[in-house]
Design a protein around this ligand. Structure first.
Ligand code: RUB
Length: 272
């Protein structure tokens, strides 16, 4: 029974039913504790190659002798960081702002919910649909349930949507010393937002910091399943945004300039 449930979790991570760096890492940590071997850690990590929060967490767990305690410490750290990120990020939200968000980041959603539910602020969220898996719609549904007004645009209306916005919040799958990897489109949206003078913040826990970044390419079937045999589809899941396009990072350390954030992030990953 336990084995079947484990297989189901692996499948959900693989097919993006469990989604967003935080949720993937939490599911991976819990799964690893049921079969704490190096090989199983490798198998879990291989499902989503651009997820250093998952990789760092499992590397830490493989090395330690106190697996269950460290797993709990990691899960607590991720949860506490999420609240710290929500509190810090919500400070940037002013009454009646229009906020642009991209894809589906639980860190960004927590910021928006915190500003709405705890601080009673009014604002509108703008998002794209985010093909191929329409994760922008998923964000829209979650925010709408929290009483937040959301306006959804088709992906190619990105510039039109951004023109209405005061700030751009997005998640992070990976931080490196040079910038951030996040859902495909983030880099283009950041460049556009910079041109329009809209501040741009990547939001995420510092345990997503890594030295070795690999961008995940997913099956072309996600984009177009039944197609003629001479048509190839290329489906990169993420892109990389250089730090020069960012106004700052919102993490458990608060709101920091990119290089200041990286100094602290390295220490968290090395000393956990
Ligand atoms: C999700 C995505 C999110 C990050 C951060 O893409 O790009 O912005 O994972 O999410 P995918 P969180 O679904 O392809 O992994 O803030 O929840 O960690």
């Amino acid at each position: 029974m336990e084995e079947i449930r484990g297989e189901q979790v692996l499948e959900k991570i693989r097919n993006v039913k469990i989604q967003g760096a935080n949720e993937i890492a939490k599911a991976g940590i819990n799964l690893f504790t049921k079969n704490p071997t190096k090989d199983f850690a490798k198998k879990i990590i291989s499902l989503r190659p651009t997820e250093p929060l998952l990789q760092n967490s499992l590397d830490i767990l493989v090395k330690t002798s106190k697996k269950n305690k460290t797993a709990k410490d990691l899960l607590d750290y991720i949860e506490k960081s999420k609240l710290a990120i929500a509190k810090a990020g919500s400070q940037l939200i002013k009454q009646d702002m229009n906020i642009f968000s991209h894809c589906h980041s639980t860190s960004v959603i927590e910021i928006l919910k915190y500003a709405k539910l705890k601080q009673k602020k009014n604002f509108v969220v703008y998002t794209l649909e985010v093909e191929p898996l329409l994760q922008g719609r998923q964000t829209a549904e979650e925010l709408a349930k929290a009483g937040i007004k959301v306006i959804v645009f088709p992906d190619l209306a990105a510039e039109e949507a951004l023109r209405h916005c005061d700030v751009f919040f997005f998640g992070a799958d990976a931080f490196t010393k040079k910038g951030v990897a996040n859902k495909l489109g983030t880099e283009l949206l950041c460049r556009l937002a910079r041109e329009l003078n809209i501040p741009r913040y990547s939001c995420g826990v510092s345990l997503k910091y890594t030295k070795k970044l690999k961008i995940e390419y997913r099956s072309g079937k996600e984009v177009w399943d039944e197609r003629s045999k001479n048509i190839q589809v290329i489906n990169p899941a993420f892109d990389f945004t250089n730090k020069k396009y960012l106004s700052g990072v919102i993490s458990e350390f608060g709101i920091l300039k990119f290089d200041d954030f990286v100094k602290k992030a390295k220490k968290t990953v090395n000393n956990f």
